[in-house]
Design a protein around this ligand. Structure first.
Ligand code: ADP
Length: 162
């Protein structure tokens, strides 16, 4: 089941939430900052031990003070016009995160709209890429939540899911 919600991802009671991280895993603004604030300082300490993460890949830590047991940190591409492999890298974020989640027996997982904030990925194209991957993985999870942070994003995903 794929579910679209408009929520703060840090509030979701799922096995794992996915973070749109930077490659240093150093925390930042947007969803990354919100996750670090809600998880508490132990999250930054855990991230610091991982030595970063390349664009398009994912790493996993505990969720600490979050309701979620795990945080999967994936590094989306910065949009530079579409000729720098952004689409493949964004697809890889979603698929790699799903694979890592399954390896940790995650049954319920929530994703933000990776790369569509500060990293500037066009929202509709990013949503198509996300759904392409998540549809493939849907049978392997009990629930996949697409966690939007605006009504416009929620409407976009819902229209593409129909
Ligand atoms: P990126 O650097 O990958 O673009 P951002 O955090 O800037 O990451 O934005 C990614 C998406 O996360 C945007 O659609 C933004 O609106 C959304 N977002 C920001 N805060 C939250 C939150 N607390 N919960 C869910 N989504 C959020």
């Amino acid at each position: 089941m794929i579910q679209v919600v408009r929520e703060d991802i840090t509030r979701l009671h799922v096995d794992a939430i996915v973070n749109a991280a930077n490659s240093r895993l150093s925390g930042g603004g947007g969803v990354d900052g919100a996750i670090h604030r809600a998880a508490g300082p132990r999250l930054a300490a855990a991230c610091g031990q991982l030595g970063g993460c390349p664009t398009g890949q994912a790493v996993i830590t505990g969720g600490f003070d979050l309701p979620a047991r795990w945080v999967i940190h994936t590094v989306g591409p910065v949009w530079t016009g579409g000729q720098a492999g952004e689409a493949d890298l964004l697809a890889s974020c979603y698929c790699t995160s799903c694979q890592l989640a399954l390896a940790h027996d995650v049954r319920t997982i929530a994703f933000p709209a990776i790369s569509t904030g500060v990293y500037g990925y066009p929202k509709a194209e990013a949503a198509r890429i996300a759904l392409n991957c998540l549809r493939d993985y849907q049978p392997k999870f009990e629930r996949i939540v697409i966690c939007c942070f605006s009504d416009a994003d929620r409407d976009l995903y819902e229209s593409l899911l129909d």
